[in-house]
Design a protein around this ligand. Structure first.
Ligand code: SAH
Length: 349
């Protein structure tokens, strides 16, 4: 029999589980607290009877994951983690320090199926979805390592979170629970390349988390060359789903726009983007693209980025240029994992 992964259960599911194994419902709260305070084994749960612990050990387990490698940026203290899963897959997580506290960036899948042409995470395709427990565990491990509370989460690591919808929703419930990490929805951001039906599904759940859309182009022709899913959903359909999200959750949307030299960073592009977003409650985050080994795209120079920003601002579109955190440690998602996969392959030869 496969053991139940306790870290993956929401409080409600854990209560149901306790009842199913013939225990009182309130045990769920105790177990939940232990897990989300970072307990690594059921033996640590000393306020449970030995009998119950034995029963738990027989048919349940805590998600197992270890820090395989850590790299700390000399520039800004950003820490990048390579995390090893029980089935020997590796994923990445990052912790960044901002004025308002620590932000964890986590992965939602092992690899990615989306195929965005500038992104390192998708180079080797999708291996599998992460469980909700594996998403939570990344935060627990990094929090323990830093020794300070993580107060914000961005789901912007490896993978497309809306392609792993069910587990993502469990994850959101678990980290939001007051008996666990207790991270407010407003402190959570998920980023998507634009899966329109899932954006609408998420909107219908009315969880007031922040939504970031990887737009990266102001028209469909350019977007299709960067993001394959743009062949399925037009920018118009995408923006309509964003307006719906806004209506249902009242949360302002962030549009991410990675500036690539000569591809999407011209004055014409900026004006087109301004026209698209002018009437929307939103925010644009300009990201100087990170060069990845597997692709030939280059970063726009700072003058071009500044001009792009000015054009958007002329008509009141809110813009920031993303600070490049941890640039010296390949902090952009997927790069470290690819290096490891490559070295594993060359070891095998
Ligand atoms: N799949 C999700 C989340 C993961 S990527 C999404 O597409 O949004 C997180 C962000 O990093 C996305 O905006 C993505 O487009 C961006 N990104 C990926 N590769 C990048 C690179 N080489 N340089 C800059 N941003 C990149």
């Amino acid at each position: 029999m496969r053991k139940t992964e306790l870290t993956t259960l929401t409080m409600e599911e854990l209560e149901e589980y306790c009842i199913n194994i013939g225990e009182k419902k309130f045990r769920a709260k105790q177990i939940f607290e232990w897990i989300h305070r970072g307990a690594k084994s059921i033996d640590e749960m000393t306020n449970l009877s030995i009998n119950l612990r034995t029963k738990l050990k027989e048919n349940a387990k805590i998600t197992n994951m270890v820090i395989e490698r850590k790299i700390t940026s000399k520039e800004d203290g950003t820490r990048k983690y390579l995390l090893l899963l029980e089935d020997d897959n590796v994923i990445e997580g990052v912790v960044m320090k901002y004025k308002h506290g620590l932000t964890a960036c986590i992965s939602s899948q092992i690899g990615c199926a989306m195929g965005c042409t500038f992104c390192a995470s998708t180079v080797n395709g999708l291996v599998r979805n992460l469980t909700a427990g594996e998403m939570v565990k990344q935060i627990l491990l990094m929090q323990e390592d830093v020794g300070e509370r993580i107060s914000n989460i961005v789901v912007m690591g490896i993978g497309e979170p809306l392609h792993n919808f069910k587990n993502l929703i469990s994850f959101l419930k678990i980290v939001n629970d007051e008996n666990g990490l207790n991270i407010g929805n407003r402190h959570i951001t998920i980023s998507t390349c634009g899966l329109v039906p899932e954006i609408k599904k998420l909107a219908d759940l009315k969880i007031p988390i922040n939504l970031a859309i990887s737009l990266h182009a102001a028209n469909d022709d350019i977007r299709k060359t960067l993001i394959p899913i743009a062949n399925k959903y037009s920018i118009e359909e995408l923006l309509a789903s964003c307006r719906y999200y806004l209506e249902m959750t009242n949360r302002r949307i962030t549009f991410e726009y990675a500036l690539i030299d000569g591809v999407n960073d011209g004055e014409k592009d900026a004006r087109e983007l301004r026209r698209l977003l002018k009437k929307m409650l939103c925010h644009v985050n300009l990201i100087p693209i990170n060069k990845i080994e597997e692709r030939d795209y280059r970063k726009s120079d700072s003058k071009r980025i500044k001009k792009f920003k000015e054009i958007l601002e002329e008509f009141g579109v809110q813009v920031t240029i993303r600070r490049e955190m941890g640039a010296d440690i390949d902090a952009a998602c997927g790069q470290l994992r690819n290096k490891v996969l490559k070295s594993q392959n060359s070891n095998m030869l």
